[in-house]
Write a protein that binds this ligand. Structure first.
Ligand SMILES: [Mn+2]
Length: 446
């Protein structure tokens, strides 16, 4: 699938975003939409709760969304505060406006009056310093104050781009000693002003993480956001929060199961399309109940959701699982980055991608290209180990292709096919089977 340019709106301070991990899978999309619906229905929400995603929708989630007539949630490219988040829309003056107009505003306590021409072009600003200079010239007799325009006293001030991340420029701006700054939009037009104080305490995006709890898997900038909730079914790797938050991590087969349970606890019955999407999340994560991660709670939730959405679990599930294109139809980049997660294991960076296919027959001819793409990523991202777990959804078996530090590769406890490929047998769960095995192998090297 060709990468399309998606519109990335900045986050809003008055919304709470329910969002899954980077490179979202079906469960991440379904859980975000379902949980946002559930929380928004529940009373007592001060802020509006909306679903979001941290990346492109894959083919399987796209099929599920289309099948149930739903639009993908909005995409957020980052949760970091930008200059747009601290800009106040200070009314500008025109360059040829009388200086007195700006002076009276400064005299009333405004710190900065922007000077903007008729086409939105920003010339600079007037600060109390301009007021002092004008006064000095009047007092010195070189100037009649009433004849002057704002243009003659305009000062050059630091101009900040609205979409730039504050953290990237904050230290340099604060060192520069300026108190007031001008902000322009992506089109270069005047947007607002901001101050030193605002840069020190920008607002934070409010995020509820679903289907992940580790910041290394979260949307970029999540370390600068306020995590206000977690609903997940993965290992703990969460960052500390400043206040207590609702934090639910349970060993079930999918986060969508937990969303369905959250709805039932609140006596909420999701509409058929949301129920169908949640069912898709369960069927996708549990490989139609054949993964060892499946629990009775997943089956119970699935039965309820199937009834609400009026679809047959087996028929629909087979179509859903079968939507993933084969290895031959996908680029090496797409195969590796479609569903890849990063982990820290005793200080080492490990990245594990997973792909579901129907039969291993296409693997040998793609292997060289995949290894090359893995080498690129390993170097670029400084990874100690990068793996691709190739899972055959027909036989429920996996192979693992790896590149990494020789000592780690030598320590992997799997049956070796050649120097870069292992037969994992019936291991199909990255979370429950593969990661714990990698974790103990790497830990034992210490
Ligand atoms: Mn999941």
């Amino acid at each position: 699938m060709a990468a399309t340019r998606e519109r990335h709106d900045p986050w809003h301070t008055d919304l709470t975003y329910v969002i899954g991990h980077q490179r979202p899978d079906t469960d991440s999309i379904a859980a975000a939409m379902g949980y946002a619906w559930c929380l928004d229905q529940a009373e007592g929400q001060e802020d509006r709760v909306v679903a979001a995603r941290a990346g492109q929708v894959g083919p399987q989630a796209a099929f599920a969304l289309g099948f149930f007539g739903l639009k993908a949630p909005r995409v957020l490219s980052s949760a970091a505060p930008t200059f747009a988040h601290v800009a106040t829309q200070q009314i500008p003056v025109r360059p040829y406006a009388p200086l007195a107009e700006a002076m009276s505003r400064l005299a009333e306590g405004e710190r900065l009056v922007p000077v903007v021409d008729g086409s939105g072009h920003l010339l600079g600003g007037l600060t109390p310093m301009a007021l002092a200079r004008a006064y000095a010239e009047v007092a010195g007799g070189t100037l009649r104050a009433s004849a002057q325009t704002c243009r003659s006293f305009v000062e050059e001030l630091p101009i900040l781009a609205a979409s730039d991340r504050i953290r990237d420029r904050r230290a340099a701006l604060l060192r520069g000693g300026g108190e007031e700054f001008l902000v322009v939009g992506d089109d270069g037009r005047y947007l607002g002003t901001t101050s030193r104080k605002c840069l020190l305490e920008p607002p934070k995006a409010k995020l509820i993480l679903v289907d992940h709890n580790e910041l290394s898997q979260a949307i970029s900038g999540a370390d600068e956001a306020e995590i206000v909730g977690v609903l997940d079914h993965h290992r703990l790797g969460n960052a500390p929060t400043s206040a207590p938050i609702p934090f639910v991590v349970e060993p079930v087969g999918s986060t969508s199961t937990l969303v369905a349970e959250a709805c039932r606890q609140r006596d909420l019955v999701p509409p058929g399309n949301i129920a169908g999407l949640l069912l898709s999340g369960i069927l996708s994560d549990t490989l139609l109940f054949r993964s060892p991660t499946v629990t009775g709670r997943d089956r119970t939730a699935a039965a309820w959701l199937a009834e609400l959405s009026a679809v047959g679990i087996e028929d629909f599930g087979k179509r859903l699982i079968g939507t993933s294109p084969g290895l031959a139809e996908r680029s090496a980049d797409d195969i590796l980055d479609g569903d890849r997660k990063n982990y820290e294991i005793v200080g080492k960076s490990v990245s594990v991608a997973q792909i579901e296919i129907a039969g291993f027959q296409e693997l040998p001819e793609r292997k060289a290209a995949l290894l090359e793409a893995m080498d690129t990523r390993r170097q670029r991202e400084g990874l100690s180990l990068i793996c691709l777990m190739v899972t055959d959804v027909l036989t429920i078996q996996s192979h693992l292709i790896c590149r990494g530090e020789p000592t780690i590769l030598a320590a992997l406890p799997f049956s070796r096919i050649d120097e870069s490929e292992f037969d994992l047998g019936h291991v199909v769960s990255r979370k429950k089977q593969l990661i714990p095995a990698l974790q103990s192998a790497v830990e034992e090297l210490e």
